[in-house]
Design a protein around this ligand. Structure first.
Ligand SMILES: *Cc1c(COP(=O)(O)O)cnc(C)c1O
Length: 379
């Protein structure tokens, strides 16, 4: 077991990370990719679980191709994985090009300007520097337009420097019948036909689970590796990787009509028992998960914790460092000072936690704070 951050006895909460589950999820996705290369997207500190431990575990599992968003992430990853293929999704800034080339990192190039810079560097260095080419099929964030890709195919690559990977990204892969998906698959087939000799990649996590998944030559899962549900609304077939537990700091009994938390947004209906834990929005736990009277009246979701296996709602707003939970339904012997409550884990999977906070599991995961005691098992 490896640890990082404060000691479990001193931290507000304990974040347990199961690296064997991470590896098992990668194996499952690779199976589903049906012969295509299964890469791993480890941007944003491996979606919050820790880049170095995550990448090392994935590397051991057999993964040799990675994607990060930023150059500094790639530099850190290069130390953990000296031989891996590392792509930088956010493209190429001219100032970072020498660092990229020096560490054998591959920019995901998404404009003619970036391509010009990369080719110029390759010419100066006298070597064929590999890179991926991103063609946009609907996101309108990064990537060459279809028209630009056609022009490039007609003109040929400058200095004949071919990309090592051709890619695009889904707009709505988690909503399988969204018509944009079929249109993107068709457009990407057109792009592939322009550059038939270049290996291609389209699928993120949810893309791998589409009917007739267009796995191409390489898939790029992120969220599902970390236990997120790639098929929202259907059962999650991935293994949970993270678990967040916090000890109860204090229990109090409040009378009917009492309020809890900032701005008194929660009111006790009858005598209630409240438990306070030392986790808050400064830990990355979303403030949007507050348990307020207004949400209850409107039937909106709100934050929950599992106390002795019983689902307990938040009472009042999420503070910077504290959350109050209504534990009235839990036997008094189980909801006591020092007992651990579960914020992420078991029935409270990432997707439900995100939903309860009015956001998505991705944001909960990537927000996991640095104040937790982190315990890494397996790997
Ligand atoms: C983040 C990202 C992925 C991974 O997406 P998930 O939904 O987390 O699987 C894949 N490709 C690109 C371009 C990305 O930005």
């Amino acid at each position: 077991m490896r640890t990082s951050g404060p000691a479990a006895s001193e931290a507000g909460a304990i974040l347990s990370i199961d690296l064997d589950a991470l590896a098992a999820n990668w194996h499952q996705l690779r199976e589903r990719a049906n012969g295509a290369t299964c890469a791993a997207v480890v941007k944003a500190d491996a979606y919050g679980i820790g880049l170095t431990p995550a990448a090392s575990a994935l590397r051991q599992a057999g993964c040799d191709t990675f994607f990060v968003a930023q150059v500094d992430e790639a530099v850190q990853l290069r130390e953990a994985c000296p031989e891996a293929i590392i792509h930088v999704l956010n493209g190429l800034r001219e100032s970072a090009a020498p660092t990229l080339a020096g560490l054998r990192l591959r920019p995901v190039i998404g404009s003619r300007a970036e391509l010009t810079d990369w080719v110029a560097l390759a010419r100066r260095q006298g070597e064929a520097l590999p890179y991926a080419l991103h063609v946009d099929t609907g996101m309108n964030r990064l990537g060459l337009s279809l028209a630009e890709a056609r022009t490039l195919a007609a003109e040929g690559f400058p200095d004949n420097l071919m990309p090592s990977l051709l890619m695009s990204h889904f707009v709505s892969a988690e909503v399988p019948d969204d018509p944009v998906t079929a249109r993107q698959i068709a457009d990407f087939a057109t792009v592939r036909a322009l550059f038939p000799e270049v290996p291609a990649s389209l699928c993120n996590s949810s893309g791998i689970f589409l009917p007739d998944a267009p796995v191409c030559d390489l898939v790029r899962p992120g969220y599902a590796l970390y236990g997120g549900n790639p098929t929202p609304g259907r059962p999650n077939v991935m293994r949970p990787v993270v678990r967040l537990e916090a000890p109860i700091l204090q229990i109090r009994e409040v009378p009917d009509g009492a309020s809890a938390g900032y701005n008194a947004q929660w009111t006790a209906r009858g005598p209630r028992r409240l438990a306070t834990i030392g986790v808050g929005y400064a830990d990355g736990y979303p403030r949007g998960a507050g348990g307020t009277d207004a949400k209850r009246l409107a039937g909106l979701p709100m934050g929950e914790a599992l106390v002795a296996g019983i689902v307990c709602p938040f009472a009042g707003r999420v503070s910077m460092d504290l959350i109050v939970i209504d534990v009235t339904d839990v036997p008094a012997g189980a909801a006591r000072r020092g007992a651990l409550v579960t914020l992420i884990g078991d029935a409270l999977d990432l997707d439900r936690v995100g939903h309860n906070a009015g956001t998505i599991g991705y944001e909960v995961l990537t927000g996991l704070g640095q104040r937790y005691a982190r315990l890494y098992a397996g790997g």
